[in-house]
Write a protein that binds this ligand. Structure first.
Ligand code: ACM
Length: 262
């Protein structure tokens, strides 16, 4: 079995050290193989402009905050998926790092930017990749990637058994949609959202909470409340994601008629 979970919390805009400290304090007492954190979990979300995002960005090769999350992963012998603003020269990406006991194992850069994110972040430029930890195959997406079925399909067809989705959801459809993604790909999906509000000069956003874990076939193993802190952990058998037959004669991948999808 493989223990997975998420930590849904209310993070503070523009307070990366405080948010990082909160993550480390709370997770110090958690035992899990894998734990997913929200999108942009250090900085907050609703940047006024690119300069502000750059100001709160992290260079993963030179970041005290990310180093301390790496130390946590080493101390607890676990893997974490952390959303953060990744700085690269004069650009930033809305990224998710897979961090293990030996440090950063992979960084995914959000490919589909949501709404005003298009004025802040560069579009993700790295292909989808499946990472294996303790024999379990993980795929990463970030929040709004959910609305493009191709994202999870690509990862599932590369063998991903567990999809990790750091999120800052403001729309209300994602959680329901992930049930369909899990049915059509027979994968586990861990969605870690945040809750609370960000009130900024350019407007206010309310995050919808309801983080969840969905099992292959669409069963919701757990869904948290909308506006409350939550840590949820459960044991899953990732091999449940290996059988892609939905009936005896219907295979989700082999039965695709790609010649009609052009
Ligand atoms: C989103 O992609 N953060 C809505």
């Amino acid at each position: 079995m493989f223990r997975v979970g998420y930590y849904q919390f209310r993070l503070l805009f523009g307070k990366p050290e405080q948010n990082c400290k909160k993550i480390i304090t709370v997770l110090d007492s958690v035992e899990s193989d894998l734990l997913v954190l929200p999108e942009l979990a250090l900085s907050g979300y609703y940047f006024a402009n690119k300069e502000e995002a750059l100001h709160f960005s992290e260079d993963p090769n030179n970041s005290k905050n990310i180093d301390s999350i790496c130390e946590l992963a080493a101390k607890k012998n676990m893997h974490l998926v952390l959303g953060f603003v990744e700085r690269q020269q004069n650009n930033c990406f809305n990224s998710a790092a897979l961090i293990g006991p030996n440090g950063i194992e992979h960084i995914y850069r959000k490919i589909h930017l949501f709404n005003e994110e298009k004025f802040i972040f560069a579009e993700g430029d790295i292909p989808f990749k499946v990472n294996t930890i303790n024999g379990v195959k993980l795929g990463l997406i970030v929040c709004f990637d959910w609305v493009f079925p191709e994202t999870i399909r690509m990862l599932a067809m590369q063998g991903a058994q567990v999809i990790c989705q750091p999120a800052n959801l403001v729309l209300t459809y994602c959680q329901q949609t992930m049930i369909a993604r899990s049915i059509e790909n027979r994968v586990f999906i861990i969605t870690c959202n945040r809750y609370g509000q960000e009130i900024r000069p350019q407007g206010a956003l309310k995050f919808t909470g309801r983080s969840q874990i969905v099992a292959p076939g669409g069963n919701i193993l757990h869904r948290s409340a909308a506006q409350r802190e939550a840590i949820y952990l459960c044991d899953i058998d990732p091999k449940d994601a290996n059988n892609k037959f939905i009936t005896k004669y219907n295979h989700l991948f082999n039965d695709r008629r790609v010649e009609f999808y052009k």
